[in-house]
Design a protein around this ligand. Sequence first.
Ligand SMILES: Nc1ncnc2c1ncn2[C@@H]1O[C@H](COP(=O)(O)OP(=O)(O)O)[C@@H](O)[C@H]1O
Ligand SMILES: [Mg+2]
Length: 1079
Amino acid sequence: MEVKTSLLDNMIGVGDMVLLEPLSEDSFLENLRNRFDHNEIYTYIGSVVISMNPYRSLPIYTPDKVEEYRNRNFYELSPHIYALADEAYRSLRDQDKDQCILITGESGAGKTEASKLVMSYVAAVCGKGQEVNKVKEQLLQSNPVLEAFGNAKTVRNDNSSRFGKYMDIEFDFKGDPLGGVISNYLLEKSRVVKQPRGERNFHVFYQLLSGASDDTLKKLKLNRDLSKYNYLSLDSAAVNGLDDAANFRTVRNAMQIVGFMEDEVQSVLELVAAVLKLGNIEFKPESRCNGTDESRIKDKNDLKEMCELLGIEQSVLERAFSYRTVEAKLEKVSTTLNVAQAYYARDALAKNLYSRLFSWLVTRINESIKAQTKSRHKVMGVLDIYGFEIFEDNSFEQFIINYCNEKLQQIFIELTLREEQEEYVREGIEWTNIEYFNNAIICDLIENHQNGILAMLDEECLRPGTVTDETFLDKLNTICAEHQHFESRLSKNSKFLTDHSLPHNCFRIQHYAGKVLYRVEGFVDKNNDLLYRDLSQAMYKATHSLIKQLFPEGNPGKVNLKRPPTAGFQFKASVGTLMRNLQTKNPNYIRCIKPNDKKASHIFTESLVRHQARYLGLMENVRVRRAGYAFRQAYEPCLERYKMLCKRTWPHWRGPAREGVEVLMADLQVPADEFSYGRSKIFIRNPRTLFFLEERRRQCLQDLATLIQKIYRGWKCRSQFLLLKKSQIVVAAWYRRYAQQKKYQKIKSATTVVQSYTRGWQARKLLRELKYQKRCEEAVTTIAAFWHGTQVRREYRKFFRANAGKKIYEFTIQRIMQKYFLGLKSTMPSMSPIEKNWPARPYIFLDGVHTALRRIFHLWRCKKYRSQFTEEKKAVYEEKLEASEIFKDKKALYPSSVSQPFKGDYLEISKNPKYQKLNSAVDEKVLLADVVNKINRANGKGTARIFLLTKKSFVLADQKTGQVKASVPLPDLTSVSVSTQSDGFFALRLKEGSASAIKGDFLLSSEHLIEIITKIHRIGATAADREQLNIDISDEFLVQFKQDKVCVKFIEGAPKNGNSVSCKRKNNRLLEVSVPTSP
Ligand SMILES: Nc1ncnc2c1ncn2[C@@H]1O[C@H](COP(=O)(O)OP(=O)(O)O)[C@@H](O)[C@H]1O
Ligand SMILES: [Mg+2]
């Protein structure tokens, strides 16, 4: 088996003393010391936890630690108080066993801390939820309240519990806390009036004075100065590490959480204040005439304030401090009190007031925290009772406390040591007896009904006659003389006569934890716990409701003449109840050990620890454990718990439980020396065997859970499936029904449609036949009618004039046409081809003819006109046509040239004698002769020249002399450039490289520009050997002047110098011609 973690892992020393080897007191202490030095303050003896007080906070109580120990086996992790708390809580929750946690140890050993740790652990691991959290919070917060009122600083412990506390926490079946009940045992009330040296009064007094607001103090009539109060010891008023003021706030807050009303808190504080005031009341003697001393109150101020606080009439209280009334049957006797008696009365009142207030607080807290439901619940009791006390001066209180511890030891012995051994015997298990000290004899010495010390004390208290502490001691000396554990100097047992450590007024008891010397002084008084009736009656008269409640015996209507039970008697009774209560529960032990007497960390005083280990019987505890078996369990629950680990016992074992367990153990192959079979229980020697079983069980439970889950899931799925299947059938049935219905309806409607179509078709067919028949009949009738008509008309035609219309029509048309043509002849337009007139058309129906006639007439008229032309005229018209092709819509000058006839020879060169010479120079026929302006290349000025054009060349000659200036053969002319405007400029551009081109191109201007260029073009067009002459019409062209190329640019300008065109050489590249805008 693999155990993941174990107490044995990383162990310092030995975690469980049962495993200590060799076992001796020294090794035991060495182990404790070793562990303590390594901050391991917890050590086990089996299931008992030994806790060493570290006197400093260790990081082992974190939430992480809580999680670590939660739901883990006791022996799985290193020893810790949490492991015990977890074990207790789980067996309470899972096995339904009521638990009690018994925390024992000396004063200051860490019991109260341990009880708080247990409670906080349980609070952390139990259920959560608003209601549960409230309960938890209230349970936890009851601690600070009770500690404030019931704890005090003592020489042993700065926060020593001066009362015993047993708290039952109640849980429901789930393990959620429901509430709790607190029982308190014997508050050490003498502390209220007097504190031993180096100790303090109860915390609450100091907390109130240092923590309350000024306002509160004023209301309570208190002064913050501690030295003003007789009841407060001053030598240790301030305690290291205790912040009274902060604690006061904590307490008030806790009271609020627990459920105290604001006025209840106020009442409580008033009572606390009243106790302080009470301590300040002082008495002085006053002699009376009869020789006796009476007491008088010295300063009535405190008395007055106290009475105001509690709502008591001052005179009533004053009287109660001066007189004592004794009632006996029918008599009432008043005696005066002397000063000592008055002080006694005062202190008795203070003690009673405080202790009753404390009991009231416990009752009030119980009211708040009690479980709200009546249902059965499980209980976990936590006992934190004052530890064993041995002081220099031990009195009644120590006697009582030690008695209580004696009883606890008894129960420990009973429940563990004796019970363990007896059990082995009972179960018939082989066993060697272990010697241990049984303290029953000491308990008997104290509590025996007849001759126990308490019984004798009660007897003394109730005895008539003079009773003193000395008479009580005498009685003890007589009766207990022979008891082994009783020692007294004057006892009848003479062996102590010479024992000087035993003073005369003392007796000594050998407690299980050591010898304690008790001084008898005060035993009788404290046991009586008398409060003069006058005082309780005075308290009852108070208007303060709480104080009235606390002193019910003061009610004059209910005077009870019987003596109240003594303190010893009450305590014995309550301890008895407690013991009976604890015996019904499963005990869990925490044994607290104090490592040193100095409240110091890191100090391990061996003698002190040895002493505690001894009287706590820890060694015996270990021995018994080692001799025996770590674990036992009755067969039935054992079988019940582990039966799933074996096939034969699972799920049911029919035979006796013991046999079942035997089968189980055999099946699991647990070694035989690891366990023994008792009569009713199985005993398991080693915790490991138990872990093994538990681990197997845990695994098995997991498997079982899986199995259950599997079966459940299977069942769930199957039922789901069956349900689905059933549903599916229902759905399918419904659906089929629905589908069939639909289908039927469809078929039905289809049938209706088909039927209606067929019927329609049949009806139409019939109709058609009928119609046809009818038409046939009609046709027959019509044919017959026509036939008859024709027959009749044929017979009667000769009698009609129906043909006359056509003849009249034809005749009329003939007449109209005749008239039309004759009219046209008389209104014929002129023969000019440009004549536009044409007579109007008389009838619309003649439209086509009329237009056609007009066209024919026009064509004929043009033909006639053309036939009159001569050859020359024809040539002129051809030239005009060509000019229009070249220039129309391209040059603005063109329109003005249309009406001018192209004369050609303007100079009549052959007839004019002036040009005789020139005429002879040209051998060809002159086609054109005119005067042109030759534009000077340098300045743009014009010079008149005669321009002659023949079929082969053009010639430029002087106008006056007729001398030829230039003659250029036409093939050398490449192109002519003109502007688009209305000017007469034109450039004749010559072929580059030809002879004529040496001087450059000619820029000329003429009024007959259109004619000249048309003619030049015409010559080019007729000459078959030459290329077509280029005519370039643009407002900007280049002209070659000698070497330079000059741009001739035409601009439209405002008319200057009349309407003439001006030409200017702008620079050597530009010649600008300004043409006036044509109007
Ligand atoms: N587990 C612990 N961790 C730290 N300090 C502790 C622990 N137990 C006790 N103490 C210290 O010891 C002091 C006395 O403990 P307490 O429980 O009041 O003793 P007891 O109730 O036995 O008289 C505490 O006030 C605290 O300072
Ligand atoms: Mg305590």
